[in-house]
Design a protein around this ligand. Sequence first.
Ligand SMILES: C[C@](O)(CO)[C@H](O)COP(=O)(O)OP(=O)(O)OC[C@H]1O[C@@H](n2ccc(N)nc2=O)[C@H](O)[C@@H]1O
Ligand SMILES: Nc1ncnc2c1ncn2[C@@H]1O[C@H](COP(=O)(O)OP(=O)(O)OP(=O)(O)O)[C@@H](O)[C@H]1O
Length: 297
Amino acid sequence: MTVRVPAKVNVQLAVGAARPDGFHDLANVFLAVGLYDEVTVTEADELRVTCEGPGADQVPLDRTNLAARAAEALAARYGRRADVHIHIAKDIPVAGGMAGGSADGAAALVACDALWGTGASRAELLDICAELGSDVPFSLVGGAALGTGRGERLTGLTVGGTFHWVFAVADGGLSTPAVYGEFDRLTPRAPAPEASEPLLEALRTGDATALADTLANDLQPAALSLFPSLTATLRTGTTAGALAAIVSGSGPTTAFLTKDKESAHRVAEALLASGTCRAARVAEAPAPGATVIEPRP
Ligand SMILES: C[C@](O)(CO)[C@H](O)COP(=O)(O)OP(=O)(O)OC[C@H]1O[C@@H](n2ccc(N)nc2=O)[C@H](O)[C@@H]1O
Ligand SMILES: Nc1ncnc2c1ncn2[C@@H]1O[C@H](COP(=O)(O)OP(=O)(O)OP(=O)(O)O)[C@@H](O)[C@H]1O
């Protein structure tokens, strides 16, 4: 059973003050983008995880892997053993702020559900996703959605067109808790987070220029503080003609919104030539959520 699952970019990430449980309330506008991991699950004697692709050496292969945790959570709920081999073909940058691990968790859940024929409802699967991590429910649903609470409570959003993006993959990663910690240090009195109406309207109408004018990431100052060289990457993309440049989620991947496909390729070339990133990837949005691709439905 093979499931394809997309990466995400946060077109708006409004962050409130730290809660007593250590998490932050968010107004998190997720957009799924067409960079995908593929997770294949097959029956085995015991739970085992393997991984191939860029950054595979940084992915844990033990039971801390989100895909393994997803399989175990579903198995526990249905009173069975999670005896599966999970193979992850990685294409989403690892520790890049694009929800790569979350994507693998959601994909493994959908794959095991299909393999075992549990018949779990969408709501049940989303509950398990929320237990696994704040970004995991969105990886399941894809498209675009507003995440509130710690980002796990989703409301689907309409997207009226295709957006063209470039993602600059940085040399190195950033830890999500460290970036939230830096946000707390830099923002002693964060206001309650609210979704931006003009941004939601730009998504609805599919207007890239309007979306570019409204992109906002409250974690960006914290990511730049911990990874100062990203400032040069952002500048390179806008100089090369991107409509807007932003840090993706907790970073250090940077995201560039462009007018069209041609412009995206020009910006990607300029980013690569500048030496300010390790790789530049072009992708379209929105992309569908975790979907079984093999056996063909
Ligand atoms: C930065 C984003 O990727 C934006 O979508 C997410 O907010 C992070 O989501 P995630 O990686 O799924 O995060 P989780 O695995 O739930 O939490 C990891 C850590 O990130 C911090 N965290 C995460 C989400 C949130 N709303 N507030 C937080 O402070 C906490 O320190 C938490 O211990
Ligand atoms: N299946 C997985 N793929 C990648 N990393 C995983 C996986 N499972 C657990 N991890 C751990 O999670 C850490 C974060 O990796 P991930 O690629 O999810 O980062 P991220 O994209 O920045 O996450 P997010 O955007 O959700 O904050 C890794 O350093 C790794 O130790």
